[in-house]
Every structure is written in C-alpha cells, then in structure tokens.
Design a protein around this ligand. Structure first.
Ligand SMILES: [Zn+2]
Length: 266
C-alpha cells in the first residue's frame, strides 16, 4: 500500500464501477432480450475504460475499480488492463441485483461467485461496493463474514469509520460525487435532462473543496459507461488534475484509505 504522506490534511479516491450490461439486467432480467438497452453498458469496457486508464496514467493516479463477477467473466481483458496499470480491483456483486432485494442465501451466493470470478485474475478483493449501494439488513454481516476489509457504500460520514462490532472500515460515498446521479438518462421514462459538464463540475468542486476543508475523504464514484463518454472525459480530467495539484491532498485507492484509517485507530 501507499502510505498517507506527511502533511496531507485530506484525501481523495477515484472509484469506478464497471457495470457494463449488468446494471440493466439487474434492474429487469427481461432486458436480456433488449440488445440496444444493454449496449449502453457495453460501451464501458469496450470504449470508455481505455480513455479513463489513459487519463489516470497521465496524472500518475492509482484508482479503485469495482467489477461485478459476470462483467469480469465477460470482459477479462478489461480486468487485465486495470490490473496491468496497477489499480485496485474490488467486488461489485456477481450480478448487479440490489442486495436489499435478495435473501441472505442469495446474497451469500453473490459474494461467493463474485469472489471466485476475481480470483481467476489472482485478485482476492478487500473491498465491497454493493450494486446500487444497496444493503439489506444482513448485508453488513455477510461483508464481515466473507472477510472484506472495507465497504464503500454508506453516506453516514465524510471520513472513513469502522462499522460498530465488525472489522469492516467504511469508505463513505455520496450521490453528489457520483456521475450517475447527474448524467443518468432513462430511455424508458424521458423524465431527466442530461446535465452539462459545467453544472456537474460546479457541484463536484463545491463538495470536494468542502470535504477537504473539513479534513475528510472525497470519494468520487464514476462509471465507464457514463464518465467515459467522449464529451465527459474532460470533467474526469479536471477532477483529477485539481486533486493532484493540491499538495495537502493524498490521492489513493479506497483500499489504501481504509487501511490508513485502520492504522490511525491504533
Ligand atoms: Zn454498479
């Protein structure tokens, strides 16, 4: 791991959920019969991911990539390219079904199969991001039981914290710093305007500088099928360049931020 440099007063983590087609399949299994709907997700590993990796590389930033197991199986080259660039690969379910809608037994199967799919690449994931950040009453217990060191799902705080009674460190997130909240467009409902980069950059900058002022951890949640669109890559670039230009900010993977939080406890 990389250690928090001396003098860093806040931290930033760039995280990417590589959902591919699974987000639409998780929403409605009938989407398996709708290839154009699914193609919105295929863009992520096929096209968006390479540009994202290039921007991270140019700026010397190491990031965290959460893969559903089925995406890892369908796009092994995507997992390999992320690992070859030195980034973290972590767990994002096996399918993209929301854990809160599953029985504990079904959730356990999601954990097991998701871990097995990543182990094929020599990865034992230390972090868990639930599909849609959704937990049921049993999910945290299962996260602990399956040996994850951290979760990145809750909105309780702006600093990492330990879930009471567990070994699990939370690396907290929020919709404000999630590209999907600002850019998600549903071809079924047509109820939402697609935001401009300027609008979203203003929202990102306000929240990130606010968290930094309070000494917290800024966790961006991006999706290759969303932020990887050609017109949005400059938004990712500006968030990264702002973070790396600040000498008081530690830019690190979610796993390193969780490990650092654990060290600070002792
Ligand atoms: Zn997802």
């Amino acid at each position: 791991m990389t250690d928090r440099p001396h003098g860093a007063s806040s931290s930033v983590s760039f995280t990417f959920d590589v959902d591919a087609e699974e987000v639409w399949l998780g929403e409605d299994p009938k989407n398996a019969r709708r290839p154009v709907v699914l193609s919105q997700g295929s863009y992520g590993p096929r096209v968006g991911l390479a540009s994202i990796l290039e921007i991270l590389d140019l700026n010397g930033v190491v990031a965290s990539f959460f893969f559903p197991g089925r995406v890892a199986e369908a796009y092994p080259a995507a997992v390999e390219s992320v690992l070859a660039a030195g980034h973290e690969v972590a767990h994002h379910g096996y399918t993209h079904r929301a854990p809160g809608s599953l029985t504990p037994g079904e959730q356990a199967e999601e954990f097991e199969r998701g871990i097995a799919a990543l182990q094929v690449f020599g990865v034992t994931p230390s972090g868990y991001r639930a599909p849609s950040w959704d937990f049921g009453p049993d999910t945290l217990r299962l996260v602990q039981q399956f040996g994850f060191r951290y979760s990145s799902n809750f909105m309780t705080d702006i600093r990492p914290f330990r879930h009471e009674g567990t070994e699990v460190i939370e690396v907290p997130v929020h919709w404000i710093l999630d590209d999907a909240a600002h850019f998600w467009f549903s071809g079924d409902t047509w109820t939402k305007k697609i935001s401009t980069n300027t609008e979203v950059e203003e929202i990102f900058t306000a929240e990130a500088s606010g968290i930094a002022r309070l000494g917290g951890t800024v966790v961006y949640t991006f999706h290759p099928q969303i932020i990887g669109r050609p017109g949005r890559l400059p938004l990712l670039e500006s968030a990264i360049t702002r973070a790396v230009a600040d000498p008081h900010v530690w830019v690190a993977t979610a796993a390193d931020i969780a490990d650092d939080a654990r060290k600070q406890e002792t």
